[in-house]
Design a protein around this ligand. Structure first.
Ligand code: FAD
Length: 442
């Protein structure tokens, strides 16, 4: 018997669950190896904020790495030299960030000398204890201020009346957050589920076997996709929390099945959104694979790492197409919708600065950057012309205004995000087995 195993077509994608799971079986091990290479494990971040008191758990802290451990080609000194001749990007007023027209998110400035290096392998995404009003406030802002919410929050006590048009400017949001933002949930927007007993949970989990419910058909594809990607990211983060969970009574780290059931198993739509997000990333990989490998060449990626990425791309290309990007932004309002989509996604990336736990913020920002990179590859890029690296002299000489620039940090974020989602799908499989064992023990 299969527990929590959805079947059939994934809504808004062009593939089914079974296909995605079998693709993931091929990709997960390769991705796992790839993210352990120096190119992908060292990530540059803006300096971490002062502790804001919202997460007192040591697990929230991030260990930074001395720049001496970073291969010379990626150090800010070397990268900074390249920057002297690169004019395409402009720094935003915020300082440690930058943006160009094709970007779907605000990027950390790789060249900023204030930045710190983080070894991602030393700082795994897992349970940190970050919860309560601070984390709820950030999720609430992401969904309610910046999303084209296609469906009311079925599991929250308050639903959104906004059909997706009135978005508060992120500046208003940021000042609200840094000022404490009043009473946070403003009347219990995230009340969570009033949980029944364990028997009830079981029934609901079994209910999810029926597969996802129909999304609201009145909402256009672009807005649904925006929501699905955010919800899918949220679900993936939740899966990692439950998969690497600290039992505070024993001090042991282990998968927590109840955590998974409450956060994901009881919500088939979250599971579907997670699969959808993975599908979108996979499509970006197969569509732009050779150009991604080229970016590794341009940014001093080692030969062995390039070969590993090329193999990954080959596997992705051997699979049926997972998502049809041409179905998006194709109507009469296409450009308007695309600009709006881009603006709101950029806002989400800004909101990530407000996450009050270093490790959560590290992975939150990384994954939003990875998703933003996928969106850029799918919707700002034709999939064929060369991608410019920030130091690409040939393209700069031609001064092609349409050239899409892809930096090392975007490729690092993209591949790590693909790995996060891939690991989440693998973890779901693990939880199914745990659930089956629990059933047998009863
Ligand atoms: P939350 O996960 O906070 O969710 C709030 C509400 O959102 C729910 O009540 C529900 O109504 C709705 N919701 C939940 N999931 C979905 C979904 N997939 N789709 C749509 N709606 C949904 N904690 C860690 O321990 N480790 C981390 O690495 C970590 N990273 C984080 C990164 C970010 C960017 C943020 C904002 C928070 C992070 N957290 C992390 C905190 C974590 O996500 C939860 O907020 C926290 O564990 C409290 O969980 P909760 O069960 O109260 O609901």
């Amino acid at each position: 018997q299969n527990y929590c195993k959805p079947t059939g077509q994934i809504h808004d994608a062009c593939c089914d669950y079974e296909t995605v799971e079998s693709v993931n079986e091929d990709l997960f091990g390769r991705l796992h190896e790839l993210v352990a290479t120096p190119y992908f494990r060292y990530h540059k971040e803006c300096p971490f904020w002062e502790e804001d008191g919202s997460c007192m758990n040591r697990a929230c802290g991030v260990e930074t790495t001395d720049e001496d451990h970073i291969p010379e080609a990626w150090r800010s000194y070397t990268l900074g030299k390249l920057n002297e001749t690169s004019a395409r990007r402009t720094s935003s007023p915020a300082g440690c960030s930058e943006i160009s027209d094709s970007d779907f998110c605000v990027l950390e400035d790789e060249l900023d000398s204030e930045g710190v290096y983080v070894d991602l392998l030393e700082n795994p995404e897992r349970f940190t204890g970050y919860a309560g009003p601070s984390s709820s406030r950030v999720w609430k802002a992401i969904y309610e201020e910046n999303c084209f919410t296609p469906v009311p929050f079925v599991d929250a006590s308050r639903s959104t009346a906004d059909g997706g048009s009135g978005f508060a400017h992120v500046g208003a949001f940021s000042s609200g957050v840094s000022a404490g933002m009043g009473n946070g949930m403003g009347g219990g927007g995230f009340g969570g589920l009033a949980m029944g007993g364990w028997g009830e949970s079981e029934k609901r989990l079994m209910g999810s076997l029926a597969g996802p419910r129909d999304p609201d058909e009145e909402v256009c594809l672009e807005k649904r996709v925006f929501y699905r990607v955010i919800s899918g990211l949220h679900a993936s983060i939740s899966v990692h929390i439950c998969d690497d969970y600290l039992d505070q009574s024993t001090g042991q780290w282990a998968p927590n099945l109840d955590c998974f059931i409450t956060r994901i198993g009881q919500h088939p739509e979250r599971l579907e959104n997670m699969y959808f997000t993975y599908v979108l990333l996979l499509r970006a990989l197969s569509r732009s694979g050779p150009q991604l490998v080229r970016t590794l060449e341009d940014t001093a990626g080692e030969v062995d790492t390039r070969a590993k990425l090329a193999q990954l791309v080959d596997v992705a290309n051997g699979c049926p197409s997972t998502f049809d990007e041409t179905s998006m932004f194709s109507g009469t309002e296409a450009q308007l919708l695309k600009d709006e989509f881009k603006d709101h996604f950029r806002n989400v990336s800004r909101i990530m600065d407000c996450v009050g736990c270093d490790k959560c913020r590290l992975w939150g920002k990384m994954q939003v950057t990875g998703l933003g990179t996928a969106l850029k590859l799918l919707f700002s890029y034709d999939g064929a012309s060369p991608l410019a690296s920030p130091s690409d002299t040939a393209l700069r000489a031609k001064d092609d205004p349409h050239a899409v620039v892809l930096s090392r940090s975007e490729v690092v974020a993209f591949v790590n995000t693909l790995h996060r989602l891939s690991e989440s799908l693998a973890a779901v499989d693990k939880f199914r087995t745990l659930w089956a064992h629990r059933g047998e023990e009863r």
